[in-house]
Design a protein around this ligand. Structure first.
Ligand code: C2E
Ligand code: CA
Ligand code: CA
Length: 399
């Protein structure tokens, strides 16, 4: 197939680098080129039926959803794309990522070391053969759901929150739990959010899921508190929902109906470039604060300054993205961002939560840096409500 007929997606966080790749592709004759500044955006494009993609050119190191996670989701979604990895990382590391990519069932055209040139790129693009479907698909590759299936699942009440604990770093006490959406699918078992949230967001149906999450999470938190557990519950909000000025009142109503005081619920919002309705978003956030909800800025460090402005006004909690936490013990730059995020939270007098805490070394660094709360696999994975309650009863701290 001629390059002019292929559809490209360039996933790269550095705007300048991204422009170079786009320019090179255009030079080689490409006519359809989409761009994404991180894996999350890239995944949304790949899953958008309106924007079919043949070849993805992706960086590995991106904030938010990095290249590796993006590749995993690509594999699990069964997307029929070929991949070119562009990276400045050392060869050995790239080689292991290539193996990983193939294990996820993605057709890897090859790896180009940065800086990219037209020649290097062309050599790889010539390996693309649209007729050759990827050979090995991972087991979950068939798990691409249609909007109708998801809506049907919602109608049948198949969605529920899993809970992941947030613990106080100094005392190791459980302070709260984040509710993470799961689909208990009658055939496929537990399905993770990437398989349904992007589609629901694109079709403006995410509020239906949010309502379920709010209602169930509020009900659980209310009963935990009645049982003597002094915890909060955190629920994720999509930024798209915040463009509707009625949102704050709807949320408040749902939560109060479950006998939960909004002071015991935290709403997590991810920084994003797509804050088109800044005024309305602000109105909603302000109203939610007035009602007593805590507001958390999710994936902190990966987003955009507009939300950092907002954080000064309305946010009560800063959740530091797992990318900075996971890399902080190894990389000076990640450690600096982690440290300065914690400083900023202290100065603004808001709580700081480190997410993605996976190792004892991560934990020790958080202790040393004076981070207030931690969340991650080291403490516990997200669990269904029964497992969470059992876990909370038997938790006595790290050993
Ligand atoms: P998030 O809000 O950043 O949630 C944290 C994600 O990191 C969760 O993935 C969690 O399972 C995972 N995680 C927790 N600890 C660790 C760790 O130590 N290491 C690593 N590598 N990962 C860890 P999950 O459950 O797949 O959720 C993915 C994303 O989907 C969430 O990211 C959130 O943006 C979105 N999401 C989940 N539930 C909802 C929801 O009800 N509404 C909306 N709008 N978005 C949701
Ligand atoms: Ca979150
Ligand atoms: Ca997060």
């Amino acid at each position: 197939m001629a390059i002019s007929e292929l559809r490209f997606l360039v996933a790269e966080d550095h705007e300048f680098q991204r422009r170079i790749v786009v320019a090179l592709l255009a030079q080689l004759g490409a006519q359809t080129i989409h761009e994404a500044s991180d894996g999350r955006v890239a995944l949304a494009i790949v899953q958008d039926p309106a924007r079919p993609i043949d070849i993805v050119i992706s960086d590995l190191e991106m904030p938010g959803m990095d290249g590796m996670e993006f590749i995993r989701h690509l594999g699990e979604s069964g997307a029929k794309v070929s991949l070119v990895i562009a990276s400045a990382l050392e060869r050995k590391l790239i080689a292991s990522i290539a193996t990983m990519t193939e294990a996820y069932g993605i057709k890897l055209l090859g790896i180009v070391e940065k800086p990219l040139t037209a020649d290097k790129l062309l050599a790889l693009l010539q390996r693309h053969d649209a007729s050759a479907a990827p050979a090995a698909r991972s087991a979950k590759a068939s798990l691409a759901f249609t909007l109708d299936e998801i809506v049907e699942g919602l109608r049948n009440d198949e969605f529920e929150p899993f809970f992941q604990p947030k613990v106080d770093v100094a005392t190791q006490k459980v302070k709260g739990a984040e509710a993470l959406a799961r689909w208990r699918h009658p055939q496929h078992g537990i399905v993770a959010p990437f398989a349904f949230i992007p589609l629901l967001e694109q079709h403006r149906l995410i509020d239906d899921l949010t309502a379920v999450m709010l209602r169930r999470s509020a009900a659980m938190c209310s009963s935990w508190r009645a049982g003597g557990m002094d915890v909060t519950v955190s629920v994720n909000l999509s930024l798209v929902s915040l463009s509707d000025v009625r949102l704050a009142d709807r949320i408040t109503k749902i939560v109060r109906e479950q006998d939960l005081d909004p002071h015991h619920m935290v709403l997590e919002v991810t920084e994003s470039a797509a804050t088109t309705d800044l005024a309305k978003v602000l109105e909603n956030l302000a109203r939610l604060r007035v009602k007593g909800f805590g507001l958390s800025i999710d994936d902190y460090g990966t987003g955009y300054s507009s939300m950092q402005q907002l954080s000064r006004i309305a946010f009560t909690e800063l959740k530091i993205d797992q990318a900075f936490v996971a890399n902080a013990t190894r990389e000076e730059s990640a450690r600096v961002i982690l440290g300065s995020s914690l400083d900023m939270a202290r100065k603004l007098n808001i709580s700081a939560v480190a997410e993605g805490v996976e190792t004892r070394a991560d934990w020790d660094l958080l202790v040393q840096l004076g981070c207030e709360q931690a969340q991650g696999y080291l403490i516990a994975k997200p669990m269904d409500v029964i497992a969470f309650q059992d876990w909370a009863r038997s938790w006595t701290g790290l050993h």
